[in-house]
Design a protein around this ligand. Sequence first.
Ligand code: PGA
Length: 306
Amino acid sequence: MKLAQRLTLKQLRSLVAVAETASFTQAARLLHLTQPAVSMQLKELEAVVGQVLVDGRREIRLTAAGEVLVRRAREALAALDLAEIELKSMRGVASGTLEVVAITTAEYFVPHLLAEFGRRHPDIKFRLTVENRERVHALLQDQRVDLAIMGQPPRGFALRRIPFAPHRLSFVARPDHPLAGRPHIPPAALAGERLLLRERGSGTRTNLERFLRVHGVQPLAADELGSNETLKQAVMAGMGVAFLSHHTFAMELESGRLLRLDVQDTPVIREWNVLVHAERPMTPALEALLDFLQADGAAMMRARTV
Ligand code: PGA
């Protein structure tokens, strides 16, 4: 008899949960089962398969056979999740939970957009996470989210891309900086500056590097400090000049703690995109969010533009 006719979904879920948590106790908690029940499921599964799947009692590790089965079990469970989405969409109900991931810099505006969407569609719930570029790429590619909001789309798999708002980036400095208030600063003037950088791989960093390359500017020093918030604090502390998304410094600009340097060819203008995996089934809830972002989201972004 084929394996699929002998094993159960409960056994597969137990195996996947043990693989993910590396603990029978935590797997049991995840599955709302007791720990002996999870052990029993695994024993039965090993009997069905005829191979040992989990090695060791203290430190739980999968055997090579266990790895193979876990990988395929995850695919099978993901296929069932997709079936659930498709079935719901056949019923035509704009409800359920949408998984949204925003890239770091988008955290300055995505909550405002989703809050408004939530007011208009109280039956649609959403979960928002904010991640760096690498994680957004992985979550989107593995279809662990319904949609992502980011600048430059990831490559390597088919995507549906909806550009919905411009994204401006500029150099910012402390109000007492010698370049502050000067009109039409030539990019070459940045060569005498200490630039503070976001982490490698971030969209902001890539855009800055492109700007410097295009204008042939080599800054005096370039220090990688990390997050948008750290960069702003460092600029306010007088450590140097930073290149940042306008979304990140609206409040500091208003309070006069930072100002935008009028460097020629800035703001650099890029795009904010909504991205959906090309194979992601369209549900009424997802459709509603895409429609909202394209129309009202874009208008809200215009109103918030610095
Ligand atoms: P970042 O994102 O937070 O990686 O700089 C901005 C972008 O996607 O362009």
